[in-house]
Design a binder for this molecule. Structure first.
Ligand code: ZN
Length: 216
């Protein structure tokens, strides 16, 4: 049943057609990768007019390399392990709603953060997933270089694949540092994205019910 979700790992799930698979990705030498990132950060520092050897910046390449390892850890998360042992058979077919899931991601166009809340609903067919797993699914996709639209769809598709529910609804709100820092305007509109699958796509009333829940 879980075979289909392998594709949610690593580069593959990001829609890259460069032939890299989760398998190849797993073989990246961590030490080599860290050194390469440190070299690159030093080059950035030098080329924006800084002195990478001054005291305050000496540890910066190392800190940034370790930080990327953490905030981009979603490539290495195994989606099968993530949901294993957390699927339960139930006789319940009303919507399950999990809202206000905080996430932090990185925009792939500028490598600056975007962050906000994810709201998720699904209508079970015969299975539900442990409550703690839904934020972990969000986190797996957030900790990558992303665009908000794709992240929204990936979360919905993974829940759809794992639970085969009657419907899935995913709404993400996001504040994007790349527009907040660079714009001159004081207002910072939030971007809203949504993916509706199954009954949520077909049934307007269900969609409205979910959106009403979010306003509470
Ligand atoms: Zn951006």
């Amino acid at each position: 049943m879980l075979n289909g979700i392998k594709e949610f790992n690593g580069y593959h799930a990001n829609g890259h057609a460069n032939g890299k698979t989760a398998h190849v990705e797993a073989q990246i030498d961590k030490t080599e990768a860290k050194e390469a990132i440190e070299t690159a950060v030093r080059a950035i520092l030098t080329n924006v007019g800084e002195n990478p050897d001054r005291e305050g910046l000496l540890g910066t390449p190392d800190r940034i390399a370790r930080m990327y390892d953490e905030i981009l850890a979603g490539y290495a998360t195994d989606p099968i392990k993530l949901v294993n042992n957390a699927l339960f058979d139930v006789d319940y077919d009303d919507p399950v709603i999990v809202k206000e899931i905080e996430y932090f991601s990185m925009c792939e166009h500028h490598m600056l953060p975007f962050f906000g809340r994810a709201h998720i609903a699904y209508i079970p067919s015969d299975k539900v997933i442990g409550l703690s797993k839904i934020p972990r699914i969000v986190e797996m996709f957030a900790r990558r270089l992303q665009v908000q639209e794709r992240m929204t769809r990936q979360i919905a598709e993974m829940i759809d694949e794992v639970l085969q529910p009657q419907g899935v609804a995913v709404v993400l709100e996001g504040s994007h540092m790349c527009s907040m820092m660079r714009g001159v305007k004081k207002e910072h509109p939030k971007m809203m994205t949504s993916t509706m699958l199954g009954k949520y796509k077909e049934d307007r009333e269900l969609r409205r019910e979910f959106m009403d829940q979010l306003r509470k």
